[in-house]
Ligand binder design. Structure first.
Ligand SMILES: [Fe+2]
Length: 237
């Protein structure tokens, strides 16, 4: 288990070994893209619906990253399949999620945190969007935060994810727009998911900002040193 983890040791040693093992073969960073915004964070604009992806590295742009950039584990494969099923009608959300996942693992490599919680949080963070639309007629952040965790819990329980890990992943999903629970928000795993999502969403939310405004927003928004550094590389140079 890596530093800053809130989860106990796992019996799935092989899985962890694979997850940890692939961090040694990571290539360089990815380009940012956008979709849903963390809606109540500093400087965020708040769309009710996730947008199409329009930055570099998306379906309408160039080189959409694939999960195969990492050596995948059984867990990551299973979570990816669950996510793809939920977003079967919205392939743009699959792209968004996979880019967030890859950014999250890049940040995790430097910052630590529990790799399984980071991976699960990234792959499931927007999973409540279709149900939010169905139930509330909107995928606004608070509705996602309400509808996402029960779906996460069902999926992770079915995949025999450890109970403490399930609680943390659900907590992260329940905070990923409003960051309202300080116990969750202070965890490294939450900070990583937050930054990874913002790396994708920042171009759209700050498309009309000046360089100075972007610089200030990056300092206010990003919660890990590595996430901030990546944002500066992507958006200021
Ligand atoms: Fe997202």
């Amino acid at each position: 288990m890596l530093p800053n983890s809130r989860c106990p040791s796992r019996s799935r040693v092989g899985l962890v070994a694979v997850l940890v093992g692939f961090f040694f073969i990571l290539p360089g960073t990815l380009t940012g893209r956008d979709a849903t915004l963390p809606s109540e964070s500093p400087g965020a604009q708040v769309p009710n619906e996730p947008g199409g992806v329009e930055g570099p590295g998306n379906r309408t742009g160039r080189d959409v990253p694939e999960c195969g950039r990492y050596q995948e584990s059984e867990l990551v494969e299973a979570l990816r399949a669950e996510m793809e099923t939920v977003f079967a009608e919205t392939p743009g959300m699959v792209d968004h999620t996979m880019t967030v996942y890859q950014h999250a693992m890049d940040i995790h490599e430097v910052e630590g945190g529990d790799p399984e919680v980071v991976a699960a949080s990234a792959l499931l963070h927007d999973i409540g969007i279709p149900r939010a639309r169905e139930v509330h007629g909107s995928s606004a952040g608070p509705f996602q935060e309400m509808e996402g965790p029960p779906i996460c819990r069902e999926i992770l329980t079915r995949l025999a994810f450890p109970p403490e890990g399930i609680a943390l992943v659900c907590g992260i999903v329940a905070n990923h727009h409003t960051a309202h629970d300080s116990d969750i928000v202070s965890t490294m795993e939450f900070r990583i998911l937050w930054d990874a999502d913002w790396l994708v969403n920042f171009p759209r939310s700050h498309r009309d900002s000046t360089g100075e405004e972007k610089e200030r927003a990056i300092q206010e928004i990003f919660r890990t040193a590595r996430g901030r550094e990546m944002a500066e590389q992507f958006f200021l140079h």
